[in-house]
Write a protein that binds this ligand. Structure first.
Ligand SMILES: [Zn+2]
Length: 673
């Protein structure tokens, strides 16, 4: 194999798209500057998407809007003449984003979105009224008549956080709900019912109403676009499930309704302030990508520095973030960095960085193609909010960290590869997520490999499934405890080491000091919880192979914080290998800040591994095990020549050594025959 020969066999062409703010194209002077900027860098401009509005306030009178689309139509022709192959419109507001510009923007002439608390959005609409639908049909008809190659349907299409927290509780929506629920509720009655533990069906019906509202809206938008020109490609912008699944996260139904073949999974990561947060965003986008129906062929990651500040995001972070997004299965980037009409100094440095990275990204896509992500899969479900349990005195719509699907993202920081595809990957089960899963789904997890926390164990206990984890919760401590590693072989050289997460420091420590008690023979104790005077309290972490053949590890002590010691990292790597029966695709031996994302062929004869140094130190040397038995291994990096790497064979694959990886530096390893 070589990067050159593999290119002939796989598809997944890279598309680099630039989203262009209206102030960049509306007036002639700014547009001339834009043409010059893009023209000089044509090699990285596959597509340009013109924002149709400067404001996230939905309502713009249609005559004014039509005038702007006339200008947009001319601009698109000019961009095509300049050689850009794909030019279209990004409709910024469909429902609206947030409240903006309300002091002078015309108020919505139709029903605004109403929140659960009775608050009324100033800028965003209820998607269900006849008057709104008429407006939005006209708006998209005007866009389609401007002859774009594509239309992006934006505002993250959702029913939450549109200037009101949770929508929509207007009279139209309540009347619709009365029909499906079989009785009428006013807003207050409905909220009370949502917080009633026994009203699970009502909560599911409400989320279904959210899904259906967006589905029928998108179907109308499709109809009107197709009626003007069936050749216009349609794209849909979505939000991530880690934010919330209140809107239903029904990507299959929404993309089908819209007939969208383009996707832009979204999420928030805007600056260098906390650079490791990029790991969460790319995974969130990976989850959305994995949820898309197969007819969606173009998946653009949104790279953003909103609200467009030159010094808030470095070019290094930009390249790392985009690279990891491609690692998680996207095959394009939508650069949202050109919002305001400034000059080239504000974004040229990012464009230069993209120029330098393009060939690397193309090689990655050519070679890994549509291989699945491989590693531990943090479990989630689109039905999480709809189907989670509500316990007495809980508020269904409040943020619940026990239902936070991103808690285990910290595993990436200690070098454990995380997968955004379920496939046959071992599972990470956090908090109360299992409440939203069926018994069959949970059993299927437990029949394979699972790393879970003791809060998840509590959910299993309620369901009569805890015996498959081999333990139960003996008592719950929330202060003054740490854990000591036993001499179990899974701890290796970490036996005897201590881990102290100082659990009282971070708020409520429930679930941070759960003492476990074996309920079956054969349970291995990996850590013992101790108090600060070395007095043992009981098992804090266990491993068990159950009657289904599954391997289950339970963590009772501070499961998702401060896993970054050399000892804990070693233990968790061994645990990840054990539950995955040594099929984990990649392992970094030294305790260095290398974050791997792996794509592996089903026959395990081919793989691509992206490794990011997510730390401020140079990594002088790192030993990497890749669980593929292959003849040829290549290393790629931005601005460096392709290198053939020497390797040794181990019992499970190959071992290579990487050297001199600069802070926030990226390496790609391609393995195959
Ligand atoms: Zn409504």
């Amino acid at each position: 194999m070589s990067p050159q020969t593999r290119a002939a066999q796989v598809g997944a062409k890279l598309k680099l798209s630039w989203r262009v703010g209206i102030t960049q194209w509306e007036h002639d002077d700014a547009f001339e500057m834009l043409l010059e900027l893009l023209g000089k860098r044509r090699r990285i401009v596959d597509e340009a998407a013109l924002f149709d509005s400067i404001t996230h306030h939905l309502y713009i009178p249609l005559d004014k809007y039509a005038g702007m689309m006339n200008v947009a139509s001319r601009r698109m022709e000019a961009l095509r003449s300049a050689g850009i192959g794909s030019v279209g419109i990004n409709v910024l507001c469909t429902i609206g984003h947030i409240n903006e510009g309300w002091s002078y923007m015309p108020p919505l002439p139709f029903q605004p979105m109403v929140g659960h608390d009775g608050s009324v959005s100033r800028s965003c609409a209820c998607p269900n009224t006849v008057a709104f639908r008429a407006y939005i049909r006209s708006k998209y008809e005007i866009v389609a008549k401007a002859r774009p190659d594509f239309i992006w349907v934006d505002d993250d299409i959702r029913m939450h956080h549109h200037g009101v927290a949770w929508g929509c509780f207007c009279s139209t929506c309540l009347a619709t709900f009365a029909r499906s629920a079989g009785r009428a509720y006013n807003r207050e009655e409905l909220l009370e019912a949502f917080n009633d533990p026994a009203q699970g069906r009502l909560r599911e019906l409400w989320v279904e109403q959210n899904i259906a509202a967006l589905e029928s809206l998108l179907a109308e938008i499709r109809d009107v676009i197709v009626s003007v020109d069936g050749k216009i490609e349609i794209g849909l912008m979505t939000a991530g499930p880690g934010w919330t699944t209140y809107s239903g996260q029904a990507l299959d139904r929404w993309f089908a309704a819209l007939g969208a073949t383009k996707a832009r999974p979204g999420g928030g990561f805007y600056s260098d302030d906390a650079p490791r947060e990029m790991l969460v965003k790319v995974h969130e986008c990976g989850r959305q990508r994995a949820s898309l129906p197969p007819f969606v062929t173009e998946i653009q990651y949104e790279l953003e520095n909103f609200p467009y500040q030159r010094l808030k995001k470095s070019a290094t972070a930009l390249v790392d973030e985009c690279s990891l997004a491609l690692a998680h299965g996207m095959n394009g980037i939508a650069f949202n960095v050109m919002g305001t009409p400034t000059y080239a100094d504000d974004f040229a440095h990012w464009m230069e960085a993209v120029l330098a990275a393009r060939s690397l990204w193309e090689k990655w896509l050519e070679i890994v193609g549509r291989l699945s992500t491989s590693g531990l899969w943090p479990a989630w479900t689109p039905g999480l909010v709809a189907r989670r349990k509500v316990r007495p005195n809980e508020n269904w719509l409040s943020w619940s960290d026990q239902h936070n699907i991103n808690q285990s993202m910290v595993l990436a920081e200690i070098g454990i590869p995380l997968a955004s595809d379920r496939c046959r990957n071992p599972v990470v089960l956090c908090g109360r997520i299992a409440e939203a899963l069926s018994d069959d789904e949970v059993r299927s997890f437990l029949a394979s490999g699972v790393l879970m926390d003791s809060t998840a164990l509590g959910v299993l206990e309620e369901r009569g499934l805890a015996h498959l984890a081999g333990v139960k919760i003996a008592k719950r401590l929330d202060n003054g405890v740490m854990e000591r590693f036993t001499d179990d072989t899974l701890n290796g050289s970490a036996a005897g080491k201590l881990r102290d997460a100082r659990i009282e420091f971070w708020g409520d420590a429930t679930g941070m000091g759960d003492v476990l008690e074996p309920s079956c023979a054969g349970v291995r104790v990996l850590t013992v919880i101790e108090d600060y005077f070395a007095r043992p309290v009981g098992p804090g972490m266990t491993a068990f192979e159950n009657e289904l053949g599954g391997r289950v590890v339970v963590m009772g002590y501070a499961p998702w914080i401060f896993l970054h010691s050399a000892a804990k990292r070693l233990q968790l790597q061994n645990v990840a290998d054990w539950i995955g029966r040594d099929a984990l695709p990649v392992r970094v031996e030294e305790p260095v800040s290398l974050v791997p994302v792996a794509r592996v062929a089903e026959d395990r004869k081919r793989a691509g591994v992206m490794l990011l140094n997510a730390g401020m130190d140079e990594i002088a040397e790192a030993t990497i095990s890749i669980r593929i038995r292959a003849q040829e291994i290549f290393q790629l990096a931005v601005g460096k020549r392709v290198r053939v790497l020497e390797h040794k064979y181990s019992y499970s694959g190959v071992v290579i050594r990487l050297r001199d990886i600069e802070p926030w530096g990226l390496r790609i390893i391609l393995v195959g025959d």
